[in-house]
Ligand binder design. Structure first.
Ligand SMILES: Cc1cc2nc3c(=O)[nH]c(=O)nc-3n(C[C@H](O)[C@H](O)[C@H](O)COP(=O)(O)OP(=O)(O)OC[C@H]3O[C@@H](n4cnc5c(N)ncnc54)[C@H](O)[C@@H]3O)c2cc1C
Length: 400
């Protein structure tokens, strides 16, 4: 491993990262490659805790650039899923609207969340990650950060980076600005061995994804490498819907009854997902960080990924932004031209906020169009090459 030769802002500093998601692990790898002292603390009980969630597309210029800088493209070539980027758009009756998108292009290759975590973990020095370490609080002075965990453990760091995802417990130590509700709530589920449990759906998926668009609602179904599917509905609801609707999300009959009512008239093939999903279903109200958020940079505490700028999943950019944050932050922290950590953090945060504001604005437009009656004509135009359709058409602009 290369050692640091010129003095950088993090030379001889103990760095702590909270969260072993794609953002935190990419940062740990990039820092460690240059000899920095890094520990990652993760609440999952161990490396083998089941990693849920849909397949992730990694994009050129962001997620893939970070992996390339981390020297992990070869590992990625072994772990990604060629063909998984194929997306079929259908209506509520499973009639095809747009077919085989992305099948020919390879600039947004897909990888399952578990294999992505594994390849990042394999690249770290042994004992970098401390498992079963759920962050609970911190005490900070300008010299150090005392971190406390729910199991009673403590750790002292010179620099702490929050990579603890959408409901970050560390973000409030940096800014009081909270993410805002997008108006859409997702209900997520998983079905194993879909080839045998729902063969008709397996055929429709054809190795890729299905997006159902109708009635101002969405249903995304994603085939994973282990033969299971991850799926998530999207519908407009009050922010408190998941806690106030009275549905017990571990009760299949209640959730199925809700789906059949809320998605009335939709083909029975979609209800099959609810009949076979593992329990519980997970409701996720979708939030977006304020587009104009800003805060004064601290000398030894910052954040990246969903902790810094959560956004709904409808543009497929969240993981890419998290990994690009890691690349930009590592570059600044390892830059000998930066006089100290606060200067490096400030340079990172300015770039990170402006890049993510742009991506989040676009993501919110997609979120609104996906859940509008304009969705089908919009995506027909969008995917036949008119990528500026959002800006050009009055009714789309209204939906956005
Ligand atoms: C349904 C759905 C589909 C999505 N699809 C896509 C897609 O196709 N493409 C895309 O780019 N993005 C997608 N996203 C978004 C993407 O998953 C996130 O943007 C991305 O995972 C953010 O990475 P992260 O490292 O910042 O956070 P996370 O991946 O959320 O990782 C945070 C880590 O911190 C740990 N943690 C949390 N709290 C604590 C604590 N208190 N103490 C210790 N550890 C803690 C967690 O266990 C986790 O390991 C999707 C999101 C959802 C909900």
């Amino acid at each position: 491993m290369t050692q640091i030769h010129q003095k950088t802002p993090v030379q001889d500093k103990q760095i702590a990262i909270i969260g072993a998601g794609p953002g935190g692990l990419t940062l740990a790898r990039l820092l460690q490659m240059q000899g920095a002292k890094v520990k990652v603390f993760e609440r999952d009980i161990n490396q083998f805790a089941r990693v849920q969630g849909a397949t992730l597309n990694l994009n050129e210029g962001s997620g893939l650039s970070a992996l390339r800088a981390a020297g992990l493209m070869e590992a990625f070539e072994h772990a990604y899923r060629p063909g998984a980027e194929k997306m079929l758009f259908v209506d509520a009756q499973a009639a095809v609207i747009i077919d085989e998108l992305g099948a020919e292009s390879n600039d947004r290759p897909e990888i399952d969340r578990g294999p992505l975590r594994n390849l990042l973990l394999a690249a770290l020095a042994e004992d970098t990650v401390v498992w079963d370490a759920r962050f609970s609080s911190l005490q900070r002075t300008d010299e150090s950060v005392e971190i406390s965990f729910e199991n009673g453990d403590q750790f002292t760091a010179d620099l702490l980076i929050a990579a603890d995802g959408a409901n970050s417990k560390i973000r409030p130590y940096i800014t009081p600005l909270a993410p805002e509700y997008s108006g859409v709530t997702v209900l997520e589920g998983n079905v194993s061995d879909v080839a045998n449990t729902i063969p008709e759906l397996y055929e429709l998926l054809d190795g890729g994804k299905v997006c159902v668009l109708d009635d101002e609602k969405t249903l995304f179904i994603v085939l994973k490498g282990d033969g299971s599917v991850a799926f998530y509905t999207g519908h407009k609801a009050d922010q408190q819907w998941s806690t106030q609707c009275g549905i017990d999300f571990s009760d299949r009959a209640q959730v199925l009854a809700w789906f059949q009512q809320e998605f009335k008239g939709w083909s029975n093939i979609w209800a099959e997902l609810f009949r076979h999903a593992s329990l519980p279903f997970v409701p996720r109200p979708q939030f977006c960080a304020p587009l104009d958020q800003s805060w004064p940079s601290l000398p030894n505490l910052t954040m990246l990924g969903d902790a810094a700028h959560v956004m709904p999943p409808y543009a497929g950019e969240g993981v890419n932004m998290a990994m690009q944050d890691a690349l930009v932050l590592a570059t600044q922290l390892l830059n000998p031209d930066m006089s100290d950590m606060q200067t490096a953090i400030a340079a990172y945060e300015i770039e990170m906020r402006s890049r993510n504001a742009e991506t989040a604005a676009e993501t919110m437009q997609f979120t609104r169009v996906f859940h509008s009656y304009e969705a089908v004509p919009f995506f027909r135009e969008f995917f036949t090459g008119n990528q500026d359709v959002l800006l050009q058409n009055d009714s789309f602009r209204k939906a956005a």
